[in-house]
Ligand binder design. Structure first.
Ligand SMILES: Cc1cc2nc3c(=O)[nH]c(=O)nc-3n(C[C@H](O)[C@H](O)[C@H](O)COP(=O)(O)OP(=O)(O)OC[C@H]3O[C@@H](n4cnc5c(N)ncnc54)[C@H](O)[C@@H]3O)c2cc1C
Length: 825
């Protein structure tokens, strides 16, 4: 054999070993065997042979633990310790919160699909289903969104009573305390339905079930606190709010200046040891009507009255009744003309007993950990589910509207320009529904997925924003003119609220998704960091050595896997048998390897500076999110029983996401500061350039056909939307008109072709044309009646409200005009 063939064999062998993640020992043995064979059967030149033997010697050296640690790992550990960025306790708490789930697999460069596919599909119990079909349906029926957003700026009393008495505020409270104890999935489905009817009601219900007093008490409260508050919260006798952020600390909530000083004071006529609180909070949802305030503040014990040496405890949470002296509460903010209850709270020298601290004094200083831990669950449900409900409603309505609204004698949904937008709405809603339901299922399976919670919060609310815009575009003026007949405007106005709360989106994308993921989900980084900080230096060095060499092997393997899969378009990558969707699994495998490789190079070369290069880490976070969302789509398709009719949606969703992943990787490389390294990474990630394609126009057309007609796919996609046909539910009426359009359209066409074009029908509007077509024998009496009825319904939907000027003036009673007070001025 010629030398070239031997070299090829060596290269191929090395690639195979790296691709399959062979251990160092296996690689050394295989290489040694190959070298022996080359020596015996090849005709190597001496210098060439010496080089190969030196490589073997290095490999053997690396296999000897004592030598490797002494000469490589230990010296490197010293440098690593110096490089390691310092981390505050709040950052540590955030990093350690929750669990690592599918996000960890995507960081591995070779996700174990069995893990995802074997997870049980989320399912409602009979009781949960009955709640959605019963009280939830009834609540939707009772809602008059225009009345509560425009006339009252509040829920009417009977709606407040209903949500409290039926347990809408108690979905996460266990039955033994009188709550509903719903699964995360059921909780999510309730919010989907409510959000499809009213964003204000959905927000009102979401808050007590999300991060707040109920959740905190359940996990950290003392038994007395649980026994006292949980039954009262479950019965709706207490309305909670949770106050963390304020005028000086918004995104950087850990820097709140609100303080609690341990001191003695008078409480209910007795002198006791307690906490004197001074705080100023704003934007607090439900605050104006809350009876009990969950409060986050920094606890200090300057006089060491708690009997320890500690004076600064850090962030602590307490539960404080509304009427505690010193609290100012009740005024309201006006969030985007969709006025759910939200307002400021101030406290001046509010003295409360130590029993008010959630979890008692033993949880003093644990507030931040409590909050971030609970955020891992709450952030997966409230906003993602509400955004999905609103998106489903928008697609449900827009599909029907684009069919019944005709311009240029054609349903507007059939114009290519509209089709592209409607396809985007449809495919995106499928992604949202998949992500919220599969992730809720994982929570019900015991996960507390903190990185996915940030991904869902960011991407699903951004998708919600894009869908709200798209729906507006397709509806034209119909979406813009507010009034009882408008079913889009309020949802559109609420979009910035979802974007801003529970971690504002720019911050979540730039700092949290990748920043937390890179350390938390990476198979080696946290191990290296923990080993470097281990007080037992010997153990720390051994652990560090194992993690470091695992990490090096991992990076080499991912580089090879990335290149091989990019060259072969991942055709040979092993994935489960899923009938029709395997290619998407393969492409995720490819991007997972490329992402893991790029992540390692970026972290190794930029270190702590990567945190400052927010655009770079945001792009890597986008790649991770796209892979996560595409995985959710594939699992959702499996969970729904592989409905073939939904395949175009699956393809659109995966193509859209994986194309975005590719483009974000490309943009990451284009902006990587070290151009040599960027070229080096590009060689492994895009050896054939950017080969993945976005969804095509014919595919978009297939999607649009599914929502412009009353199909089963449309029903499945918009499952959960409040669609009952009744005069006050525009969505129900729209769907009814869509069903009728299937019969009406051929009749309209007959009038056009056989009537208008032949001159037998000359009227300019449809009612007149129907009359003439009837007279000319082009329509039967029944057909004419049907078409008249259809036209009446369509015009009823297309029409918008108009008002006398006085009706639009704020408030029903004259109000004293004065400037609004600036809260916390
Ligand atoms: C309607 C509503 C309801 C709310 N309900 C509650 C509640 O019930 N309880 C509660 O405690 N709080 C609540 N909040 C507060 C909410 O959590 C904060 O608004 C949010 O944390 C953002 O703070 P901020 O508005 O002060 O924006 P800022 O912190 O001033 O941020 C301004 C912008 O800068 C961006 N930004 C900040 N830091 C970074 C960074 N490092 N990288 C990139 N971008 C960054 C943000 O993303 C944002 O876009 C609510 C807010 C609203 C509007």
């Amino acid at each position: 054999m010629s030398t070239v063939i031997w070299i090829l064999l060596f290269v191929l062998g090395a690639l195979t070993l790296a691709y399959n993640r062979a251990s160092l020992l296996t690689a050394t043995l295989v290489y040694g065997g190959g070298l022996l064979a080359y020596g015996l059967f090849g005709e190597p030149s001496l210098p060439w042979l010496i080089v190969l033997w030196v490589v073997l010697a290095v490999l053997v050296f690396l296999n000897i633990d004592a030598l490797r640690i002494r000469f490589i790992s230990r010296p490197f550990l010293r440098t690593y310790r110096r490089m390691l960025p310092s981390m505050s306790q709040t950052e540590k708490d955030a990093l350690e919160a929750g669990t690592v789930w599918w996000d960890g697999e995507l960081f591995s460069g070779g996700p174990d699909w069995e893990k995802l596919l074997s997870a049980a599909a989320p399912k409602l119990t009979a009781e949960e289903q009955a709640f959605i079909d019963g009280p939830c349906e009834e609540l939707c029926r009772m809602i008059d969104d225009w009345d509560l957003t425009h006339r009252r700026a509040d829920l009417p009393p009977h709606l407040w009573d209903y949500v409290k008495s039926k347990g809408f505020f108690a979905m996460i409270i266990p039955k033994k305390y009188g709550g509903l104890e719903f699964s995360a999935y059921a909780h999510s489905c309730v919010l989907v339905k409510l959000a499809s009817r009213s964003g204000v009601v959905a927000s009102t219900v979401a808050v007590p079930n999300s991060l707040g007093p109920g959740e905190l008490l359940l996990h950290y409260g003392t038994q007395e606190q649980r026994d006292h508050y949980l039954p009262r919260l479950a019965r709706g006798e207490e309305v909670p709010c949770f106050a963390l952020t304020g005028p000086r600390a918004g995104s950087d909530a850990a820097s709140i200046p609100d303080s609690g000083i341990i001191c003695k004071g008078m409480f209910e006529g007795r002198e006791i040891l307690g906490v004197k609180l001074n705080f100023s909070k704003r934007y607090i949802t439900l605050a104006p009507v809350a009876t009990v305030v969950g409060l986050a503040f920094k606890l200090f014990d300057p006089d060491k009255l708690l009997g320890t040496d500690k004076t600064d405890y850090g962030i602590t949470c307490a539960l404080i009744p509304r009427h505690t002296p010193g609290i100012t509460i009740g005024r309201r903010h006006f969030p985007m003309n969709a006025p759910f209850q939200n307002g400021p709270i101030q406290g001046k020298d509010v003295f409360v007993p130590l029993d008010y601290l959630i979890g008692g004094i033993k949880m003093a200083g644990q507030g931040w950990r409590m909050l971030v831990e609970q955020l891992s669950v709450g952030r997966c449900i409230s906003l993602p589910s509400s955004a999905t409900g609103a998106a489903k409603a928008a697609v449900f309505a827009t599909g029907a509207y684009a069919r019944i609204r005709r311009q240029f004698n054609v349903p507007v949904g059939q114009f290519e320009g509209v089709m592209e937008v409607l396809a985007r709405m449809t495919g995106t809603t499928y992604i949202m529904d998949a992500a919220r339901s599969v992730t809720a299922g994982a929570i019900d399976g015991g996960e507390k997925p903190s990185v996915p919670s940030a991904m869902l919060k960011y991407h699903l609310t951004e998708y919600g924003r894009s869908i709200a815009n798209d729906a507006m575009d397709i509806h034209g003026g119909k979406g813009i003119c507010l009034g009882p007949k408008n079913y889009l405007g309020r949802g559109y106005q609420l979009v910035p609220v979802a974007i801003t709360v529970e971690g504002a989106n720019l911050l979540t994308r730039s700092l949290i998704i990748f920043g937390q993921g890179a350390i938390r989900c990476h198979p080696f980084v946290l191990r290296e960091m923990n080993a470097a900080k281990d007080k037992d230096k010997r153990k720390g060095t051994i652990d560090f050595d194992a993690a470091l060499f695992g990490h090096i092997g991992f990076t080499i393997s991912n580089a090879v896997r990335s290149m091989v899969m990019a060259l072969t378009l991942a055709r040979f990558s092993r994935v489960p048998e899923t009938g029709g969707t395997q290619r998407f699994y393969q492409h995720i495998n490819r991007f997972s390897a490329s992402f893991a490789f790029a992540t390692d190079v970026a972290m190794l070369t930029l270190g702590g500076y990567l945190k400052k290069k927010e655009s770079l880490s945001a792009r890597l976070g986008d790649v991770l999110s796209c892979m996560y969302l595409a995985s959710m789509v594939l699992k959702h398709y499996e969970n729904q029983g592989r409905q073939e009719a939904d395949l175009p949606l699956v393809e659109w969703a995966c193509r859209n996401l994986l194309y975005k992943a590719q483009e974000q990787l490309h943009t990451f490389l284009r902006n990587f500061p070290n151009r040599f390294l960027a070229a080096f990474m590009r060689f492994f990630i895009f050896p054939r350039g950017q080969t993945y394609h976005a969804p095509s126009d014919p595919l978009s057309q297939e999607l649009v056909d599914q929502v412009l007609h009353p199909t089963v796919t449309r029903d499945r996609l918009t499952d959960g939307v409040y669609r009952t046909v009744e005069p006050t539910n525009p969505l129900g009426l729209l769907h009814e008109a869509l069903v009728l359009s299937e019969t009406a359209e051929p009749l309209e066409k007959r009038i056009r072709v056989e009537g208008v074009k032949t001159g037998k029908v000359t009227a300019l509007d449809l009612p007149g044309q129907i009359q003439q077509a009837l007279a000319a024998g082009l329509l039967s009496e029944t057909e004419a009646a049907m078409l008249r009825d259809y036209d009446r319904r369509v015009m009823d939907i297309v029409n918008v409200d108009d008002f006398a000027t006085e009706e639009l003036v704020a408030g029903q009673q004259p109000v004293e005009l004065r400037p609004a007070r600036v809260s916390n001025a």
